[in-house]
Design a protein around this ligand. Structure first.
Ligand code: NAD
Ligand code: UDP
Length: 340
Protein backbone atom coordinates (compact mmCIF):
# COMPACT_ATOMS: atom_id res chain seq x y z
CA UNK A 1 0.00 0.00 0.00
CA UNK A 2 1.39 3.38 -1.05
CA UNK A 3 1.34 6.03 1.66
CA UNK A 4 2.41 9.62 1.12
CA UNK A 5 4.68 10.79 3.93
CA UNK A 6 5.14 14.56 4.07
CA UNK A 7 8.24 15.57 5.99
CA UNK A 8 9.48 11.99 5.70
CA UNK A 9 13.13 13.03 5.69
CA UNK A 10 12.82 14.60 9.14
CA UNK A 11 13.44 13.12 12.57
CA UNK A 12 10.14 11.36 13.24
CA UNK A 13 9.25 10.85 9.58
CA UNK A 14 12.48 9.01 8.74
CA UNK A 15 12.10 6.57 11.64
CA UNK A 16 8.48 6.03 10.68
CA UNK A 17 9.45 5.29 7.06
CA UNK A 18 11.85 2.59 8.27
CA UNK A 19 9.14 0.94 10.34
CA UNK A 20 6.63 1.28 7.50
CA UNK A 21 8.92 -0.45 5.04
CA UNK A 22 9.62 -3.22 7.56
CA UNK A 23 5.84 -3.67 7.87
CA UNK A 24 5.33 -3.89 4.10
CA UNK A 25 4.05 -0.38 3.33
CA UNK A 26 5.46 1.72 0.50
CA UNK A 27 6.20 5.23 1.75
CA UNK A 28 6.43 7.99 -0.85
CA UNK A 29 8.26 10.90 0.68
CA UNK A 30 7.72 14.59 0.05
CA UNK A 31 10.09 16.98 1.77
CA UNK A 32 11.56 20.39 0.94
CA UNK A 33 14.66 19.58 3.05
CA UNK A 34 14.34 22.85 4.99
CA UNK A 35 15.18 20.93 8.16
CA UNK A 36 16.65 17.65 6.93
CA UNK A 37 19.33 16.22 4.71
CA UNK A 38 19.27 14.17 1.52
CA UNK A 39 21.59 11.57 3.11
CA UNK A 40 18.64 10.36 5.24
CA UNK A 41 17.41 8.51 2.17
CA UNK A 42 20.66 6.49 2.09
CA UNK A 43 20.22 5.66 5.76
CA UNK A 44 16.67 4.42 5.27
CA UNK A 45 17.88 2.32 2.35
CA UNK A 46 20.81 0.90 4.32
CA UNK A 47 18.47 -0.18 7.12
CA UNK A 48 15.67 -1.60 4.99
CA UNK A 49 17.29 -2.48 1.63
CA UNK A 50 14.56 -0.37 0.07
CA UNK A 51 15.12 3.14 -1.27
CA UNK A 52 11.88 5.02 -0.82
CA UNK A 53 10.65 7.25 -3.63
CA UNK A 54 11.46 10.83 -2.76
CA UNK A 55 10.08 14.04 -4.24
CA UNK A 56 11.81 17.23 -3.17
CA UNK A 57 9.20 19.97 -2.94
CA UNK A 58 6.97 22.03 -0.73
CA UNK A 59 3.55 21.03 0.58
CA UNK A 60 2.33 24.56 -0.14
CA UNK A 61 2.94 23.97 -3.86
CA UNK A 62 -0.41 22.57 -4.99
CA UNK A 63 0.61 21.71 -8.56
CA UNK A 64 3.60 19.81 -7.18
CA UNK A 65 1.27 17.83 -4.90
CA UNK A 66 -1.16 17.21 -7.78
CA UNK A 67 1.72 15.81 -9.80
CA UNK A 68 2.83 13.45 -7.01
CA UNK A 69 -0.72 12.19 -6.42
CA UNK A 70 -1.17 11.63 -10.17
CA UNK A 71 1.89 9.35 -10.29
CA UNK A 72 0.81 6.89 -7.61
CA UNK A 73 -2.05 4.96 -6.12
CA UNK A 74 -1.78 6.67 -2.74
CA UNK A 75 -4.22 5.36 -0.11
CA UNK A 76 -3.34 7.51 2.89
CA UNK A 77 -1.18 10.46 3.94
CA UNK A 78 0.95 10.76 7.05
CA UNK A 79 1.54 14.46 7.46
CA UNK A 80 4.72 15.32 9.37
CA UNK A 81 5.89 18.33 7.35
CA UNK A 82 6.02 21.54 9.32
CA UNK A 83 8.20 23.88 11.31
CA UNK A 84 8.63 23.01 14.99
CA UNK A 85 10.93 25.41 16.84
CA UNK A 86 8.90 27.12 19.56
CA UNK A 87 11.26 30.11 20.00
CA UNK A 88 11.50 30.72 16.26
CA UNK A 89 7.70 30.63 16.02
CA UNK A 90 7.54 33.60 18.39
CA UNK A 91 9.88 35.68 16.24
CA UNK A 92 8.52 34.42 12.88
CA UNK A 93 4.81 33.71 13.46
CA UNK A 94 3.79 34.21 9.82
CA UNK A 95 6.31 31.64 8.62
CA UNK A 96 4.84 29.17 11.11
CA UNK A 97 1.21 29.79 10.21
CA UNK A 98 2.05 29.69 6.51
CA UNK A 99 4.04 26.47 6.68
CA UNK A 100 1.97 24.60 9.21
CA UNK A 101 -1.56 25.86 8.64
CA UNK A 102 -1.57 26.91 4.97
CA UNK A 103 0.60 23.89 4.12
CA UNK A 104 -1.93 21.53 5.71
CA UNK A 105 -4.86 23.18 3.91
CA UNK A 106 -3.13 22.96 0.53
CA UNK A 107 -2.36 19.31 1.22
CA UNK A 108 -5.97 18.48 2.10
CA UNK A 109 -7.18 20.28 -1.03
CA UNK A 110 -4.82 18.23 -3.18
CA UNK A 111 -6.00 15.06 -1.40
CA UNK A 112 -9.62 15.97 -2.23
CA UNK A 113 -8.76 16.32 -5.90
CA UNK A 114 -6.89 13.02 -5.87
CA UNK A 115 -9.68 11.22 -3.99
CA UNK A 116 -7.39 10.28 -1.07
CA UNK A 117 -9.48 10.36 2.10
CA UNK A 118 -7.17 9.31 4.91
CA UNK A 119 -4.83 11.64 6.79
CA UNK A 120 -2.77 11.12 9.93
CA UNK A 121 -1.61 14.43 11.36
CA UNK A 122 1.36 15.13 13.67
CA UNK A 123 -0.15 17.10 16.50
CA UNK A 124 1.39 17.74 19.86
CA UNK A 125 0.68 17.67 23.58
CA UNK A 126 1.28 21.41 23.37
CA UNK A 127 -2.39 21.77 22.32
CA UNK A 128 -3.34 20.98 25.95
CA UNK A 129 -1.44 24.04 27.26
CA UNK A 130 -0.90 23.89 31.03
CA UNK A 131 -3.04 20.89 32.01
CA UNK A 132 -5.33 21.06 35.02
CA UNK A 133 -4.57 17.46 35.84
CA UNK A 134 -2.26 14.66 34.80
CA UNK A 135 -2.29 12.19 33.21
CA UNK A 136 -3.80 14.13 30.32
CA UNK A 137 -6.67 12.36 28.58
CA UNK A 138 -7.73 13.09 25.01
CA UNK A 139 -10.89 14.73 26.40
CA UNK A 140 -8.91 17.39 28.30
CA UNK A 141 -9.52 20.95 27.12
CA UNK A 142 -7.32 22.14 24.27
CA UNK A 143 -6.44 25.50 22.80
CA UNK A 144 -4.79 27.36 25.70
CA UNK A 145 -1.52 27.35 23.80
CA UNK A 146 1.32 29.66 24.72
CA UNK A 147 3.13 30.28 21.42
CA UNK A 148 2.49 30.44 17.63
CA UNK A 149 3.86 26.91 17.08
CA UNK A 150 1.35 25.47 19.54
CA UNK A 151 -1.43 27.58 18.08
CA UNK A 152 -0.58 26.37 14.57
CA UNK A 153 -1.06 22.77 15.76
CA UNK A 154 -4.33 23.69 17.46
CA UNK A 155 -5.52 25.49 14.31
CA UNK A 156 -4.74 22.54 12.06
CA UNK A 157 -6.58 20.23 14.47
CA UNK A 158 -9.58 22.59 14.31
CA UNK A 159 -9.45 22.81 10.50
CA UNK A 160 -9.20 19.04 10.14
CA UNK A 161 -12.02 18.32 12.55
CA UNK A 162 -14.31 20.90 10.88
CA UNK A 163 -13.38 19.38 7.55
CA UNK A 164 -14.20 15.90 8.82
CA UNK A 165 -17.64 17.04 9.95
CA UNK A 166 -18.28 18.25 6.41
CA UNK A 167 -16.81 15.06 4.86
CA UNK A 168 -17.67 12.23 7.26
CA UNK A 169 -16.48 9.56 4.85
CA UNK A 170 -12.89 10.67 5.56
CA UNK A 171 -10.52 9.13 8.07
CA UNK A 172 -8.86 11.95 10.01
CA UNK A 173 -6.41 10.94 12.74
CA UNK A 174 -4.85 13.46 15.09
CA UNK A 175 -1.86 12.07 16.97
CA UNK A 176 -0.76 14.19 19.91
CA UNK A 177 2.89 13.41 20.56
CA UNK A 178 4.38 13.94 23.97
CA UNK A 179 8.20 14.35 23.98
CA UNK A 180 9.86 12.32 21.22
CA UNK A 181 13.49 11.42 21.93
CA UNK A 182 15.94 8.64 21.08
CA UNK A 183 17.28 7.38 17.79
CA UNK A 184 17.29 4.27 15.63
CA UNK A 185 19.06 1.52 17.63
CA UNK A 186 21.54 1.05 14.75
CA UNK A 187 23.01 4.48 15.56
CA UNK A 188 22.68 5.51 11.90
CA UNK A 189 19.65 7.80 12.18
CA UNK A 190 18.66 10.28 14.84
CA UNK A 191 17.72 13.83 15.69
CA UNK A 192 19.85 16.52 14.09
CA UNK A 193 18.65 19.97 15.10
CA UNK A 194 19.87 23.06 13.28
CA UNK A 195 21.86 25.41 15.52
CA UNK A 196 21.23 25.55 19.25
CA UNK A 197 18.86 22.72 20.26
CA UNK A 198 15.56 23.88 21.76
CA UNK A 199 14.82 20.54 23.30
CA UNK A 200 16.32 18.90 26.34
CA UNK A 201 17.56 15.57 25.00
CA UNK A 202 19.52 16.83 21.97
CA UNK A 203 21.01 19.52 24.18
CA UNK A 204 22.20 16.98 26.75
CA UNK A 205 23.58 14.80 23.94
CA UNK A 206 25.56 17.72 22.51
CA UNK A 207 26.99 18.49 25.95
CA UNK A 208 28.00 14.84 26.34
CA UNK A 209 29.75 14.80 22.97
CA UNK A 210 31.60 18.04 23.70
CA UNK A 211 29.76 20.40 21.35
CA UNK A 212 28.33 22.45 24.25
CA UNK A 213 29.88 23.32 27.56
CA UNK A 214 26.93 22.73 29.87
CA UNK A 215 23.18 22.34 30.05
CA UNK A 216 21.01 25.16 31.36
CA UNK A 217 18.29 23.64 33.54
CA UNK A 218 15.29 25.93 33.20
CA UNK A 219 13.91 26.25 36.72
CA UNK A 220 14.20 24.20 39.89
CA UNK A 221 11.21 25.64 41.70
CA UNK A 222 8.38 23.72 40.05
CA UNK A 223 6.07 21.65 42.27
CA UNK A 224 7.65 18.40 41.04
CA UNK A 225 9.77 15.60 42.46
CA UNK A 226 13.03 17.63 42.35
CA UNK A 227 11.76 21.05 41.30
CA UNK A 228 12.59 20.61 37.59
CA UNK A 229 10.06 20.23 34.80
CA UNK A 230 8.50 16.80 34.24
CA UNK A 231 7.66 15.46 30.76
CA UNK A 232 6.56 12.24 29.11
CA UNK A 233 9.57 11.25 26.97
CA UNK A 234 8.76 8.69 24.31
CA UNK A 235 11.22 6.77 22.14
CA UNK A 236 10.99 7.78 18.49
CA UNK A 237 10.78 4.10 17.51
CA UNK A 238 7.72 3.66 19.73
CA UNK A 239 6.26 6.78 18.17
CA UNK A 240 6.96 5.38 14.69
CA UNK A 241 5.21 2.15 15.66
CA UNK A 242 2.29 4.24 16.96
CA UNK A 243 1.81 5.65 13.44
CA UNK A 244 1.72 2.15 11.99
CA UNK A 245 -0.79 1.08 14.61
CA UNK A 246 -2.95 4.11 13.78
CA UNK A 247 -2.69 3.43 10.05
CA UNK A 248 -3.69 -0.20 10.54
CA UNK A 249 -6.42 0.30 13.14
CA UNK A 250 -8.18 3.48 12.06
CA UNK A 251 -6.39 4.85 8.98
CA UNK A 252 -8.87 3.15 6.67
CA UNK A 253 -11.92 3.70 8.86
CA UNK A 254 -14.08 6.78 8.40
CA UNK A 255 -14.03 8.88 11.56
CA UNK A 256 -12.25 11.55 13.53
CA UNK A 257 -9.70 9.66 15.61
CA UNK A 258 -7.69 11.39 18.32
CA UNK A 259 -4.92 9.75 20.34
CA UNK A 260 -2.15 10.69 22.72
CA UNK A 261 1.15 9.05 21.89
CA UNK A 262 3.12 8.97 25.11
CA UNK A 263 4.34 6.45 27.68
CA UNK A 264 2.15 7.51 30.57
CA UNK A 265 5.23 8.22 32.74
CA UNK A 266 6.85 11.51 33.65
CA UNK A 267 10.56 12.15 34.14
CA UNK A 268 12.19 15.31 35.46
CA UNK A 269 15.02 17.21 33.79
CA UNK A 270 17.48 16.02 36.44
CA UNK A 271 16.29 12.43 36.08
CA UNK A 272 16.99 12.65 32.35
CA UNK A 273 20.42 14.13 33.00
CA UNK A 274 21.18 11.29 35.38
CA UNK A 275 19.93 8.64 32.92
CA UNK A 276 22.02 10.14 30.14
CA UNK A 277 25.14 10.18 32.36
CA UNK A 278 24.68 6.48 32.94
CA UNK A 279 24.27 5.83 29.20
CA UNK A 280 27.36 7.75 28.14
CA UNK A 281 29.52 7.08 31.19
CA UNK A 282 30.27 10.78 31.78
CA UNK A 283 28.84 13.42 34.02
CA UNK A 284 26.79 16.10 32.29
CA UNK A 285 27.71 19.58 33.54
CA UNK A 286 24.65 21.74 34.17
CA UNK A 287 23.61 24.92 35.91
CA UNK A 288 20.26 25.87 37.34
CA UNK A 289 18.81 28.85 35.47
CA UNK A 290 15.54 30.76 35.64
CA UNK A 291 12.37 29.17 34.26
CA UNK A 292 11.90 29.36 30.49
CA UNK A 293 8.88 31.55 29.69
CA UNK A 294 5.85 29.54 28.61
CA UNK A 295 7.07 26.28 30.21
CA UNK A 296 4.71 24.19 32.29
CA UNK A 297 5.55 22.20 35.41
CA UNK A 298 4.43 18.76 34.38
CA UNK A 299 2.82 16.87 31.58
CA UNK A 300 2.28 13.22 30.87
CA UNK A 301 -0.16 11.23 28.81
CA UNK A 302 -3.11 9.04 29.60
CA UNK A 303 -2.43 6.10 27.30
CA UNK A 304 -5.51 3.88 27.74
CA UNK A 305 -7.31 5.06 24.60
CA UNK A 306 -4.39 4.28 22.26
CA UNK A 307 -3.82 0.96 24.02
CA UNK A 308 -7.43 -0.10 23.70
CA UNK A 309 -8.26 1.21 20.24
CA UNK A 310 -4.91 1.00 18.44
CA UNK A 311 -3.50 -1.98 20.31
CA UNK A 312 -0.35 0.09 20.76
CA UNK A 313 1.71 0.80 23.84
CA UNK A 314 5.17 2.33 24.19
CA UNK A 315 7.61 -0.33 25.37
CA UNK A 316 11.03 1.31 25.28
CA UNK A 317 12.50 2.62 28.54
CA UNK A 318 14.38 5.80 29.38
CA UNK A 319 17.54 3.66 29.43
CA UNK A 320 16.78 2.68 25.80
CA UNK A 321 16.11 6.31 24.86
CA UNK A 322 19.37 7.57 26.32
CA UNK A 323 21.49 4.64 25.07
CA UNK A 324 20.16 4.99 21.53
CA UNK A 325 20.58 8.77 21.53
CA UNK A 326 24.14 8.39 22.72
CA UNK A 327 24.95 5.75 20.09
CA UNK A 328 23.72 8.11 17.36
CA UNK A 329 25.35 11.23 18.81
CA UNK A 330 28.72 9.65 19.63
CA UNK A 331 28.97 8.08 16.15
CA UNK A 332 27.82 11.31 14.48
CA UNK A 333 28.97 14.21 16.65
CA UNK A 334 27.93 16.73 13.97
CA UNK A 335 24.72 14.87 13.08
CA UNK A 336 24.16 14.48 9.35
CA UNK A 337 25.96 17.77 8.68
CA UNK A 338 29.29 16.50 7.42
CA UNK A 339 27.70 13.65 5.48
CA UNK A 340 25.35 15.18 2.90
P1 NAD B 1 11.64 17.68 11.57
O1 NAD B 1 11.89 19.12 11.37
O2 NAD B 1 12.81 16.78 11.82
O3 NAD B 1 10.84 17.09 10.31
C1 NAD B 1 9.92 17.86 9.58
C2 NAD B 1 10.27 17.70 8.10
O4 NAD B 1 9.36 18.46 7.32
C3 NAD B 1 11.68 18.19 7.76
O5 NAD B 1 12.36 17.20 7.04
C4 NAD B 1 11.43 19.43 6.90
O6 NAD B 1 12.45 19.60 5.93
C5 NAD B 1 10.07 19.15 6.29
N1 NAD B 1 9.27 20.32 5.95
C6 NAD B 1 9.00 21.40 6.73
N2 NAD B 1 8.20 22.25 6.07
C7 NAD B 1 7.94 21.69 4.86
C8 NAD B 1 7.17 22.09 3.73
N3 NAD B 1 6.50 23.26 3.72
N4 NAD B 1 7.11 21.29 2.66
C9 NAD B 1 7.79 20.10 2.65
N5 NAD B 1 8.54 19.69 3.69
C10 NAD B 1 8.61 20.47 4.78
O7 NAD B 1 10.56 17.52 12.73
P2 NAD B 1 10.08 16.23 13.52
O8 NAD B 1 10.61 16.30 14.90
O9 NAD B 1 10.32 15.02 12.71
O10 NAD B 1 8.53 16.54 13.60
C11 NAD B 1 7.59 16.03 12.66
C12 NAD B 1 6.23 16.61 12.96
O11 NAD B 1 5.87 16.26 14.29
C13 NAD B 1 6.17 18.13 12.88
O12 NAD B 1 4.92 18.50 12.33
C14 NAD B 1 6.24 18.55 14.34
O13 NAD B 1 5.63 19.79 14.55
C15 NAD B 1 5.50 17.42 15.02
N6 NAD B 1 5.88 17.24 16.42
C16 NAD B 1 7.20 17.12 16.74
C17 NAD B 1 7.56 17.00 18.08
C18 NAD B 1 9.02 16.90 18.47
O14 NAD B 1 9.35 17.18 19.62
N7 NAD B 1 9.92 16.49 17.58
C19 NAD B 1 6.58 16.98 19.09
C20 NAD B 1 5.24 17.09 18.71
C21 NAD B 1 4.89 17.22 17.36
N1 UDP C 1 14.82 22.06 29.40
C1 UDP C 1 15.94 22.50 30.10
N2 UDP C 1 17.02 22.92 29.39
C2 UDP C 1 17.05 22.92 28.03
C3 UDP C 1 15.91 22.45 27.33
C4 UDP C 1 14.81 22.04 28.05
O1 UDP C 1 15.94 22.52 31.33
O2 UDP C 1 18.07 23.33 27.43
C5 UDP C 1 13.65 21.56 30.16
C6 UDP C 1 12.37 22.33 29.90
O3 UDP C 1 12.28 23.45 30.76
C7 UDP C 1 11.31 21.26 30.15
C8 UDP C 1 12.00 19.96 29.73
O4 UDP C 1 13.39 20.23 29.74
O5 UDP C 1 11.04 21.16 31.54
C9 UDP C 1 11.60 19.51 28.32
O6 UDP C 1 11.80 20.60 27.43
P1 UDP C 1 11.68 20.42 25.85
O7 UDP C 1 11.95 21.76 25.23
O8 UDP C 1 12.54 19.27 25.41
O9 UDP C 1 10.18 19.97 25.62
P2 UDP C 1 8.81 20.76 25.95
O10 UDP C 1 9.08 21.87 26.88
O11 UDP C 1 8.37 21.24 24.62
O12 UDP C 1 7.91 19.75 26.53
Amino acid sequence: MEVLVTGGMGYIGSHTCVQMIEAGFTPIIIDNLCNSKFVVLDRIEALTQVRPLFYQGDIRDESFLDHVFSQHNIQAVIHFAGLKAVGESVSQPLAYYDNNVTGSLVLVRAMCKAGVKSIIFSSSATVYGDPERVPITEESPIGATTNPYGRSKFMVEACLSDFFHAQPDWSVTLLRYFNPVGAHPSGTMGEDPNGLPNNLMPFIAQVAVGRREKLSVFGQDYPTVDGTGVRDYIHVMDLADGHLAALNAVGRQAGLHIYNLGTGNGASVLEMVDAFSKACGKSIPYEICPRRPGDIARCWAATAKAEKELGWKATRTIADMTADTWRWQSHHPQGYQSES
